[in-house]
Design a protein around this ligand. Structure first.
Ligand code: ADP
Length: 256
């Protein structure tokens, strides 16, 4: 079932015998290996506490590994660009900044010319459907709009790799399905390498090229499932596809 370690054609991310033991003694991640191909959409699912966020924090360089390594091999297109951007579940917007200022924030710190920042922010806000909300404050936005702004902030820096940790977790089902559709379309356009952590099995199957199913205590990769469904995928219509349902059931069975 598990292809370990996976060997991708042109890897953008390499996870090699990664282990994380917290100071408490808890073994959060136990010897996992995987390569993520350039341009791949990888989803990671698993029960609460199986180590998804730990994995993401280590990949994003926010946490150290106990042993093993993770590497980002994808090279940014320009020198002012970071190799990876991160979008978390909390909208992570500054309440005192307008939407456009929030989206520009991380980008400006990269020493990019002002007019380039503005052009890029305009473009990305249009892509996520917030072109009319440049000057709004976060408290004036709905949950879905805040999450769009947070996604825009991740995409604006144009990093080749994007880490997303439960970005739609706090949203109602309808907004969530809409944003899944939009994220899929955005990914199709930009072809970034995405690692997407989610509790939502259906959204994982809708978006991903492969789904990693993690198990808990200790956190391991139980299976890596290739989602062989045609693209572009419609986040709603795909639910009527027989193969879609079979993938969802297969993953549920693995999590049982
Ligand atoms: P998930 O994102 O899948 O819910 P986490 O990566 O947050 O899982 O947590 C994996 C395990 O590691 C859990 O048992 C959690 O309690 C533990 N853990 C997470 N962060 C820390 C920490 N900073 N110190 C000690 N244990 C932690």
């Amino acid at each position: 079932m598990i292809d370990a370690p996976e060997r991708a054609a042109r890897p953008a991310i390499r996870i090699d015998h990664l282990t994380k033991r917290y100071d408490s003694g808890l073994l959060a991640i136990d010897d996992v290996s995987l390569e993520v191909a350039a341009g791949e959409f990888l989803a990671v699912v698993g029960p609460s506490g199986c180590g998804k966020s730990t994995l993401m924090r280590i990949l994003a360089g926010l946490e150290s590994a106990t042993s093993g390594t993770t590497e980002i091999l994808a090279a940014p297109a320009a020198k002012n660009v970071l190799p990876a951007a991160t979008v978390f579940q909390e909208y992570s917007l500054f309440p005192w900044m307008r939407v456009a200022e929030n989206v520009a924030f991380g980008f400006e710190s990269l020493d990019v010319p002002k007019d380039e920042v503005k052009a890029r922010v305009d473009e990305i806000l249009k892509l996520v459907g917030l072109e009319k909300f440049h000057n709004a404050y976060p408290h004036e936005l709905s949950g879905g709009m805040k999450q769009r702004a947070a996604v825009a902030r991740g995409f604006v820096v144009d990093a080749p790799v994007m880490f997303m940790d439960e970005p739609f977790g706090a949203l109602d089902e309808q907004t969530r399905v809409n944003l899944v559709g939009e994220l899929g379309a955005l990914w199709e356009r930009t072809k970034k390498t995405v690692v997407f952590i989610t509790h939502g099995i259906e959204e994982a199957v809708t978006l991903a090229d492969r789904v990693v199913v993690m198990s808990k205590n200790p956190g391991t990769f139980k299976a890596v499932i290739t989602i062989d469904l045609p693209r572009p995928r419609d986040a709603i219509k795909i639910r009527a596809d027989k193969a879609f349902g079979e993938y969802v059931v297969q993953i549920w069975d693995l999590l049982r």
